[in-house]
Design a protein around this ligand. Structure first.
Ligand SMILES: Nc1ncnc2c1ncn2[C@@H]1O[C@H](COP(=O)(O)OP(=O)(O)OP(=O)(O)O)[C@@H](O)[C@H]1O
Ligand SMILES: [Mg+2]
Length: 262
């Protein structure tokens, strides 16, 4: 059951949570009957907070993100979000027959932005993701990193207060990913968006987040969480990032050993 926290916050002006996940469980029908994938997950994302959700492959990260996005319904529990979230996946999911700019303008149109304002707003968003001048470029003319920048601009065009990201940089090379980490951190601090970011990459989780939440596997439960108070700008090779990553990796290894996954 999805509710909208913004409604609950009417009259106050601001919601107290960007997302509120309460006692959420999810089962799927499998060959051996119902398979419990997520078990009693309770997690809040505060307004403006950056949370990474970390866990082994198959532990239910995408399932949880899809539930928060409202693409599927929990078997038990409730999920509320402050308005409709924007989504960004590993695949850019841009429309190949539209230019970079028109992909963004479409998101603006769906949001009800007037035609005469869309072009200028799309240009601004392209500038925000450092793709000034790319408005007329077709998707196939863009590199993987540029496509993810356009996808990020399109997600921001939706003017949501919550951005849900499912391994959006996983297919990129290490250097491009590192640059996009910087960009995402900058955009997050400029826009004060709340971000729930899924990854199985521990360093990426620590590099980006204010809070890292570790999911166990089979079924996915919240195993542990860490507050990351390392100041920005962070680098992936910073000692503090490396030290916390080692600690979290140990815990993740323990989870994987306990549940017999790769
Ligand atoms: N629609 C579905 N129907 C049946 N089973 C599903 C469905 N969606 C996910 N699952 C199962 O739920 C489990 C968790 O899948 P999920 O995709 O959420 O994992 P993940 O943590 O995102 O993994 P990865 O890191 O590989 O992306 C898997 O065992 C998967 O097979
Ligand atoms: Mg996944």
């Amino acid at each position: 059951m999805a509710t909208t926290l913004a409604k609950a916050a009417d009259g106050i002006g601001t919601a107290t949570h960007a997302a509120r996940i309460e006692h959420v469980s999810k089962s799927f029908a499998g060959p051996a009957g119902q398979q419990l994938v997520l078990d009693d997950i309770t997690l809040d994302v505060a307004p403006g907070e950056f949370v990474t959700l970390l866990g082994a492959s198959g532990c239910g990260k995408s399932t949880l993100l899809n539930l928060v996005a409202g693409l599927d319904r929990p078997t038990a529990g409730t999920i509320g979000t402050d308005g409709r979230p924007a989504l960004m996946f590993q695949e850019h999911a841009l429309f190949p027959w539209l230019t970079a700019g028109k992909n963004i303008e479409l998101a603006l149109k769906l949001r009800g932005v007037q035609k005469n304002e869309r072009r200028e707003r799309a240009e601004e968003l392209l500038e925000l993701v450092r793709l000034k001048g790319a408005h007329g470029k077709r998707v196939h003319e863009l590199s993987g990193g540029m496509r993810q920048r356009v996808a990020l601009a399109r997600a921001i065009a939706q003017d949501s207060r919550l951005l849900l990201m499912d391994e959006p940089f996983a297919a990129l090379d290490a250097i491009t990913r590192d640059v996009l980490h910087d960009e995402l951190t900058r955009i997050w601090s400029e826009t004060r968006l709340s971000v729930l970011f899924v990854t199985h990459n521990v360093r990426e989780a620590v590099r980006l987040a204010q809070r890292v939440v570790l999911l166990s596997s089979r079924p996915g439960r919240i195993a542990r969480e860490w507050t990351v108070d390392i100041p920005h700008p962070r680098r992936i090779e910073d000692t503090a990032v490396a030290e916390l990553s080692v600690e979290i990796t140990e815990e993740l290894r323990g989870e994987i050993r306990r549940h017999g996954q790769h």
